[in-house]
Design a protein around this ligand. Structure first.
Ligand code: FAD
Length: 481
């Protein structure tokens, strides 16, 4: 940085005007912490632009004066990417005020928005025009579209609609030197050479700040059926999944694996939630089918239950008979995540495996975790229809914080080694950020490492934008590339 902090604040205040820059530690406090309660350092200042041009002005200024910067959306990312650095003060660029709906075109099934729009707002706007934006996740009331693009978010409906990568048609991005790339075309087909927007999707803000997004919409579902099904084991859940894919006319939109231990966590966080089935089962599947036209979904799901029972895959089940009952079933899915938070320090993962290998993986990984620490509780649930498990670990409560961290690190190392044996991924949806960096780098080939660092070098040669996320800082002596 070739300028003092107070000069940065003075110049950006002039650029953004009243309320555009926050600088007191009290005002900046909520920008230094994420959903999980993690906190690293304090921002140099927080810039809150309202327009793409203001973002470009800030970034150009930072580029000229070598000021490190990081984009921040709704702070719900789970790998520490949006948190300001502990060592080197960074300017946080919060997109929260860049939040206008730009244009909706229901005939083209597209919606153009500023990147700071909250996901729930985008879904509501689409619904007002009888359209659906299908990205759905627990954090949708807080996370922003820009954050969703930057992390290539997945969520509950990926098996039907794909991840954010499949839902973005156009992007507007401020590059690390302040230039604006306008790729805001609302085209369903566009084969003009390299697809530049894909470089920024999932790049976690390391190649540019996303300011505008053209989203792909779908017809709004008119009919929905939600069911919770008890199954004896993961293999049965997988069999039921294959059956559902084949018999539900491609209308299956969610298929979530929930072990009994997760239900118990949900009841801890939300004691009012009723146990949905009379007899507890080892595992459950929460599934949903939706249709935008007249289809007898009830008959479809009953046929699925019957076939599953005959095949020994289904033990019991409940089909929601009202929207309120469906909401209660989905509340279990949310509450179990809140329940984990109540247990303090724990390991969160979001691994992906070929769907067909999930049963064997599940058993092998459970055995391996028990061999290292029999008292650790495995909480492995997830988007089974995407081969994506949150294989989370709760360490024994009696350990102190340091001992918990040492144990969780050992367990994570072993878990990731098994994931690698199964040709899986250590990150299905949360990204790399800071917390998965070592495992990510260790899993790269020499060629991959070279290509990735060349890409970063091309866009951000001075390593000013989200430095230390995905790749280590260029100045880091331990750097691999
Ligand atoms: P932030 O947390 O603010 O930032 C995340 C990353 O994106 C950071 O690296 C940041 O620098 C970068 N970034 C943010 N905005 C921009 C921008 N405009 N331009 C460039 N870079 C930017 N994720 C899933 O994929 N699937 C799930 O099912 C899911 N469920 C969740 C449930 C809960 C309860 C919670 C807390 C999180 C969940 N997540 C899930 C993770 C999280 O919600 C997503 O990663 C989300 O996309 C992050 O959006 P955000 O706006 O909060 O981004």
């Amino acid at each position: 940085m070739n300028i003092s902090s107070s000069e940065v604040i003075y110049a950006l205040n002039a650029l953004l005007g009243e309320g555009g820059i926050l600088e007191s530690s009290q005002d900046m406090s909520r920008y230094a912490v994420d959903w999980a309660g993690d906190r690293l350092g304090s921002p140099l200042a927080v810039a809150r632009p309202r327009t793409t041009e203001e973002v470009a002005g800030i970034v150009e200024f930072c580029h000229r004066h070598r000021v490190p910067m990081v984009a921040q959306g709704g702070h719900t990312g789970l790998v520490g990417g949006a948190l300001p650095d502990a060592g080197q003060p960074e300017l946080v660029i919060s997109l929260e005020r860049l939040n206008q709906i730009r244009e909706i075109d229901p005939l083209n099934f597209t919606l153009s928005v500023d990147s700071g729009c909250v996901l729930q707002t985008v879904k509501d706007v689409a619904a007002e025009h009888e359209c659906d934006f299908p990205l759905s996740l627990g954090a949708q009331g807080s996370c922003q579209i820009g954050g969703n693009v930057a992390t290539n978010a997945g969520g509950l409906n990926v098996l039907r609609y794909g991840m954010m990568r499949q839902l973005v048609l156009g992007l507007e991005v401020v590059l690390p030197d302040g230039r604006i790339w306008n790729g805001m075309r609302a085209l369903h087909k566009d084969n003009r050479g390299y697809d530049l927007k894909q470089l920024f999707i999932g790049a976690e803000g390391t190649l540019g700040i996303i300011t505008g997004v053209v989203l792909k919409l779908f017809p709004q579902p008119q009919e929905t059926r939600t069911a919770l099904v008890a199954v004896p084991d993961v293999f049965a859940a997988l069999g039921l999944y294959a059956l559902a894919r084949r018999s539900c006319c491609e209308l299956l939109s969610a298929f979530e694996l929930i072990p009994r231990a997760c239900l118990e966590l949900a009841f801890e966080a939300a004691p009012d939630l009723p146990d949905p089935l009379e007899t507890p089962a080892p595992f459950y599947v929460l599934l949903e089918i939706t249709a935008s036209g007249p289809v007898d979904l009830e008959a479809m799901i009953e046929h699925l239950f019957d076939s599953g029972m005959q095949a020994g895959q289904v033990l019991d089940g409940v089909l929601a008979s009202s929207d309120a009952q469906a909401a209660r079933l989905w509340r279990i899915r949310e509450a179990m995540v809140e329940g984990q938070q109540l247990h303090g320090e724990h390991l969160r993962t979001d691994i992906a495996l070929p769907i067909s290998t999930l049963g064997n993986f599940f058993n092998e990984a459970n055995r391996a975790m028990a061999a290292i620490s029999p008292q650790t509780t495995v909480i492995a649930y997830g988007h089974l229809g995407d081969g994506n498990l949150h294989f989370n670990l709760l360490p024994p409560a009696e350990l102190d914080l340091t001992a918990k961290r040492v144990l969780l690190h050992a367990l994570e190392t072993e878990l990731f080694a098994i994931v690698e044996d199964y040709q899986g991924s250590i990150s299905a949806e949360h990204g790399i950020g800071r917390t998965k960096q070592t495992a990510f780098l260790d899993g790269l080939s020499e060629l991959e490492r070279e290509l990735i660092s060349d890409l970063k070098q091309l866009f951000d040669p001075d390593d000013l934008m989200a430095a230390g996320r995905i790749l280590p800082r260029v100045t880091d002596p331990a750097i691999h590339y």
